[in-house]
Design a protein around this ligand. Structure first.
Ligand code: CMX
Length: 433
């Protein structure tokens, strides 16, 4: 595997640098932290080192320095006018370099190969769950069940030098990423298509295959799936799914345990489950107004009512972003290119015209603009994937690319167990007395 050798070459000087920073500059003060920051979710507190991507409040996400529009231009594609292959962003996050067509092809082939051989007990575990168990319950259970395959655990038991931990981690990560689309499609077909499963087509790319196994085979939908898998792949280190994966991984839990932890976080309504909740909000709006085509005035009144009832408007707001999420914008561009007249897209646009004003008027929402989840479900629905509970699973398949790449890097850097200090309420009171 030439990628492994490449990784060693890139990583050794960086790992040495990390050791040097700790040893020579460990006492350097880098930040002041306020009481408010600690008590409101540690926003802005630099407590993690993540190299796969970085989030700018105004500009949005950059993967190893490249914005989404830049990636659309630079990463290899299946078709010139199509979307970049997610294999490419994985390679970029892993090695720090823009891949060639051959690199991307190699990863596609590796994943197709590694996708084979999911043990039968994983399917048995899924089948043991009720069909109406939320797909995220089934997805996360399957991820844990797959951890019987962990190379890391086996190698650790045999006994291994710390500096080699990254190697079985890499193996586990590659296997896990390769297998997630099969698991996601299996759950989708089990729950929503009477268990009529569709075999993988090893000649297809990773995301195209996912669309195929879900039973949605149009070229346009494959393109949408490639885009979806690209843009959800990473969002810096402090978001719940990335942070949870990293935290659990810091105990040397294997990639399956670590990723399952991240996915349990993604299943929360303030994080990845928001994409499903947006659709519920939107359909309830239509039902309550009694129209398939609500006006801006009607949407405004409905949004104000949501706020009055003490609820959040899903798909809007962000803990870091302070502008329209470029991940929202790129999906809107896709919709405008292929399906500008789709009713759901029209509705998304109308909501976009109204909701930021409603949120701003509350005087407390720090970011009134749409995030990635404000449109993803409407796009998928417009293409016939109208089973909302699968949306967070799709988000999860994509998120594996970033958080698991970072897990390999955590091992390459030799990062230790994470153990921040906590204090009780009296301690905080004492700080101001
Ligand atoms: N609708 C209503 N109120 C909102 C809001 C929204 N979309 N976004 C923020 N607020 C409220 C907060 O609930 C908070 O209210 P209180 O002070 O009464 O508790 C206040 O505005 C300040 O919050 P904030 O600092 O602006 O936002 P946070 O960093 O605390 O939370 C987020 C960020 C994303 C959880 C929040 O904006 C939200 O709940 N949005 C809706 C859910 C959503 O779309 N989540 C997906 C995010 C992207 C992802 O991870 O997938």
């Amino acid at each position: 595997d030439y990628i492994k050798q490449k990784l060693i070459d890139v990583a050794i000087p960086k790992a040495n640098k990390v050791r040097e920073l700790v040893k020579e500059h460990g006492d350097k003060v880098i930040q002041e932290v306020t009481m408010g920051q600690v008590l409101t979710g540690m926003k802005g507190v630099v407590g993690l080192m993540t190299c796969t991507s970085k989030l700018d409040p105004e500009e949005g996400i950059r993967f190893r320095g490249y914005s989404i529009p830049e990636l659309k231009e630079k990463l290899p594609k299946m078709h010139d006018d199509g979307e970049p292959l997610p294999e490419g962003v994985f390679y970029l996050m892993l090695t720090g370099e823009i891949p060639s067509d051959d690199d991307v092809k190699y990863i596609s082939e590796q994943w197709a190969l590694r996708a084979q051989g999911i043990p039968t007990h994983v399917y048995d575990v899924i089948e043991a769950l009720p069909k109406d168990a939320h797909p995220m319950i089934q997805f996360n259970t399957a991820i844990l069940a797959m951890s019987t395959e962990s190379q890391f655990r086996k190698a650790y038991l045999v006994g291994m030098d710390k500096k080699d931990y990254w190697d079985p981690t890499y193996e586990g990560v590659m296997d896990l990423i390769a297998r997630l689309p099969i698991i996601a499609a299996y759950i989708y077909r089990r729950v929503f298509h009477q268990g009529r499963h569709i075999q993988a087509d090893p000649s297809l790319d990773w995301a195209g295959n996912l669309a195929h196994m879900m039973g949605h085979d149009s070229e346009e939908l494959r393109r949408l799936m490639r885009l979806y898998m690209l843009i959800h792949s990473d969002h810096e280190g402090g978001n719940v799914s990335a942070h949870a994966t990293h935290l659990v991984g810091s105990a040397l839990s294997n990639p399956y345990y670590s990723f399952a932890a991240g996915m349990n976080g993604l299943a929360g309504p303030l994080h990845g489950m928001a994409n499903q909740d947006v659709m519920h909000w939107l359909n309830k709006l239509k039902r309550e107004i009694g129209s398939e085509d609500p006006s801006e005035e009607q949407i405004k009144a409905y949004a104000e009512d949501t706020i009055r009832k003490g609820r959040v408007i899903p798909g809007y707001g962000h803990a870091v972003l302070r502008k329209t999420d470029p991940r929202f914008q790129v999906q809107l561009d896709f919709a405008n290119k292929y399906i500008p007249d789709a009713p759901y897209i029209k509705l998304v646009n109308r909501i976009y015209n109204v909701v930021p004003g409603v949120l701003t008027a509350t005087g407390k929402v720090k970011n009134p603009w749409p995030n990635v989840d404000a449109i993803s479900g409407s796009l998928l629905t417009s293409y016939g994937i109208a089973e909302y509970p699968i949306y967070t699973v799709l988000f999860g398949v994509s998120r594996a690319l970033g958080v698991l790449t970072q897990l390999i890097w955590d091992r390459l850097y030799g990062l230790p167990i994470e153990r921040p200090k906590s204090q009780n309420l009296q301690w905080f009171i004492d700080q101001v007395d």
